[in-house]
Design a protein. Structure first.
Length: 586
């Protein structure tokens, strides 16, 4: 239940839309081949679970979305051995990632959020940055660059198939399995495939979610002058823009003038590629937009440019599904929560969903207790509500920012307008981009597969993360003497961390064998700091790197603990074919 970085292989596979017959019945059908669906396929493939991913698109995305990978996402990618590869594809190591606010792009600078370059961020966390205690700081790279790397990883497993050009048209289920009917988007050919489970990773208009009658609840769409309505995202190339940019290097540019309100992101400095977001006026259609005129108004002058692609999207939403599961059908990512993009939490939350569900589905398909799957909704739904709520607060703060036409004017009126806008930005702007609490602080308190010890976890804050050994939270990062992270020392499934020496852990191995749990036992070099942080002699870490239990080296009944954290204490049983696990017991 997990994957060690040393097991990484990048093997090309068949990604054509031609359907072939699997040699074994798939245990899991995944609908949707975006980041969440592909990460889930990686989690299942690493455990040799037969899985088929079907994606309606004919090929991988060629339009940029989700332009930040959170620190937690990068930790999860590190678990799969691909974080270093991703860091070669995003912004250059020495490129500034500052966020700037301007009257017009070539006009007055109103405010700046200083953020480190990728190289500086890595150096800072290695030196023990107290705000970002992680081996993998957040990184600016688009989903368009992420998907091919996740696809390669998924296809490196023989049990994973990915099929483009197939859409879901029917879902049914009974006590024996779930059947997905798919249709080829080119010739209309249909296939009905029965699996143990179906997972909808198929976006905000999820067919799987709608087929199960599961509703979205929450804020359906704020109406604001900016980031509260229909938005147009245009991917374009402008070879001279950076050469003429009159301000310090900036990654994200907010244009605040009311006639040009927009967001411009730098995607690739060498290729001069950008993504521009602006809101359409009521009754305005994308096809009626004079992009050259709009761009000139945003920049302050005409510049040569080439449009590469464009897409509409809706800002100002904060929706979470009422349920994450119905029977054998599960929902992950945008299929179960929709964000306004302020903060960049949508992809982050979806990747965490997949990381949470993946080891549980694999465990049950490999003979574990079906009750384990009940913990998915219990753990992840509160996190989605938390994250969508904070994103909406940020959107409202953006909408409340005072802007006026005087922002671009010289003189007293312009100075006053710029001061008012800057004062507002000073209060909130940083907390959209510096959010270690959201990224690292998800906790599963109250989960039936987490054993509390009476201690209270740190107070939840979107802008502050406090490392803690209290069960339910992510295992804190700790740098080992050899330069590796404690995360790198974890086994592929459950891991018992011997925080202090002494004691006989043979009973844990015997209990793990009896419960059918793959358990690694590790003993980091003795360190009083680590012992104080974790607060116990022994810590049991789940495959998703969250702490399931902590306690004494003299724990009398390891078996009861293992049965609880794997769902066996609630209900024992088998599901699917009992597929052989890819990772042997340690």
């Amino acid at each position: 239940m997990g994957v060690a970085a040393k097991d990484v292989q990048f093997t090309a596979g068949d990604t054509s839309p031609t359907m072939t017959t699997m040699s074994v019945r798939p245990a899991v059908m995944i609908v949707g081949g975006g980041p969440a669906g592909l990460l889930l396929a990686c989690e299942l493939g690493a455990r040799r679970v037969p899985v088929m991913v079907v994606e309606e698109r004919p090929a991988l995305m060629r339009h940029p979305k989700a332009n930040t990978q959170s620190a937690r996402c990068m930790e999860i990618y590190r678990r799969h051995g691909i974080s270093s590869r991703l860091r070669t594809l995003g912004l250059a190591p020495d490129r500034a990632t500052d966020v700037g606010y301007f009257s017009q792009l070539f006009g007055y600078e109103l405010h700046r959020v200083a953020l480190p370059s990728p190289a500086a961020a890595l150096a800072a966390v290695r030196d023990g940055d107290p705000r970002w205690p992680t081996p993998e700081p957040q990184f600016r790279i688009t989903q368009m660059s992420l998907e091919p790397v996740l696809l390669d990883r998924a296809l490196s497993f023989a049990s994973v198939q990915v099929r483009f050009g197939w859409k879901a048209v029917d879902v049914s289920q009974d006590e024996h399995g779930a059947t997905l009917t798919i249709e080829n988007t080119e010739d209309g050919t249909r296939r009905a495939i029965t699996a143990d489970y179906i997972v909808g990773c198929d976006g905000g208009r999820s067919f799987v979610r709608r087929s199960q009658g599961i509703r979205f609840l929450g804020e359906g769409g704020l109406e604001m002058e900016f980031l509260g309505g229909q938005m147009l995202a245009t991917y374009f190339r402008a070879p001279t823009l950076l050469k003429r940019f009159p301000h310090p290097d900036t990654w994200m540019h907010w244009i605040m003038h009311p006639a040009a309100r927009s967001i411009l992101l730098l995607l690739d400095a060498e290729k001069s590629e950008f993504l521009l977001h602006f809101q359409l006026k009521p009754n305005e259609k994308a096809e009626d937009i004079d992009f050259a005129a709009r761009l000139a108004g945003i920049i302050g002058e005409d510049l040569p440019h080439e449009i590469l692609s464009s897409a509409l999207w809706r800002a100002g939403v904060g929706l979470v599904a009422e349920h994450y599961r119905r029977g054998r059908c599960f929902l992950v990512g945008d299929a179960v929560h929709l964000f306004t993009p302020t903060g960049g939490f949508g992809l982050h939350t979806g990747i965490e969903d997949a990381f949470n569900l993946g080891w549980k589905l694999a465990a049950v398909c490999n003979g574990g207790a079906p009750a384990l799957l009940d913990s998915y909704e219990l753990e992840r739904l509160p996190i989605a509500k938390r994250n969508t709520g904070y994103a909406l607060k940020l959107a409202k703060a953006n909408g409340a920012c005072p802007v006026s036409a005087a922002l671009a004017e010289a003189g007293v009126a312009g100075d006053a307008a710029r001061a008012a806008t800057a004062a507002h930005l000073e209060k909130f702007a940083r907390w959209e981009f510096d959010t270690p609490g959201v990224q690292l602080g998800a906790r599963y308190d109250g989960s039936p597969i987490v054993i509390p010890d009476g201690a209270k976890g740190p107070e939840d804050s979107p802008t502050h993360y406090e490392p803690s050994g209290v069960p339910g939270g992510r295992l804190p990062n700790w740098w080992l003497p050899d330069g590796a992270s404690l995360f790198d020392a974890l086994g592929p499934e459950f891991t018992l961390v011997r925080v202090t020496a002494g004691g006989d852990d043979a009973r844990w191995r015997a209990a793990a064998d009896a419960a059918g749990v793959a358990l690694a036992i590790i003993e980091p070099p003795p360190d009083p700091g680590l012992a104080a942080l974790l607060g116990a002699e022994r810590v049991l870490v789940r495959p998703d790197q969250h702490i399931a239990w902590r306690g004494s080296a003299r724990e009398p009944d390891p078996g009861a603990i293992l049965r609880t954290v794997t769902g066996q204490a609630v209900q024992a049983g088998r599901c699917g074919q009992g597929h052989e696990m890819a990772f042997p017991k340690s």
